[in-house]
Design a protein around this ligand. Sequence first.
Ligand SMILES: O=C(O)CCC(=O)C(=O)O
Length: 278
Amino acid sequence: MTGRAQSQLLHASVVAMLTISRRVVGRTLSRCWAPLPTATRDAKSHGTRLCIIDSRCVSTLSGPVIRRSQHNPQLVDLTRAGPTFHPEGLVVIPDAISQEEHDALVEDVRGPLRRMRLELNHFDSVIRGYKEITFSKWALPGSQTVIARVLASDLFAPGTQLHPNQHVLELAPSGYIAPHIDNVEACGEYVAGISLLSASVMRFTYKDEEVRILLEPRSIYCMSHAMRYKFKHSIVCNSSPPEIFGSRSIVRDRRISVLFRDQPKPVPPEMMSDETDP
Ligand SMILES: O=C(O)CCC(=O)C(=O)O
């Protein structure tokens, strides 16, 4: 049997298996996300990708696989980078989700965000002008597909235990995220984010080194290694004159991000930040 025939057979059997399991899982699909303690990527077959959560198959999906190889280096500004920059630790994938998927995510979080007040100051003073929720009730098929596609991507090393919920952060046009390192007691090695609505620039700083990335709507970024542990990251506030990235002038408007993090794990000693907090 040729490799192609073998993969077609595998594909057909997987589709048949999923058709049966989807009949069983059926309408409980969206509720499956919430109560489960961990989400582990991955299981893949040709053309059909399965999302395994605690060994239960809850979703099939179609659409392109999200792969690290889709990283676009033009979205990373290394003009002021130094020796601590870790290329593998910063992936930016443009057009990672479709416009329909983007709109589904925005629609799913619209109600919960609308009911919240804009917070002017985060408890640790890191964020200003924002709303945030922990979210798991993705109801629209487009949103569920995005979540499953991210879990099935190769952004996270195999076996990574992702938090089952996503962190959704809305930033007002006048809001900003000050330079910070995510609490290592709350999350592990990865922070990945899908950007919605408005383009923005994220800045990574470590001592006198700086790296900037351009986050377009529908893109996904993933930070890890030194970029997560040593560099502080921030989303700059709208300034006049506006932030220039390449030939573009970026004026951020209202922005929503959907963030994926993994469970806390020991920080490798060489990754300990030796910078003092601001
Ligand atoms: O909104 C984002 O993409 C980044 C959020 C962030 O910096 C954080 O939650 O630590």
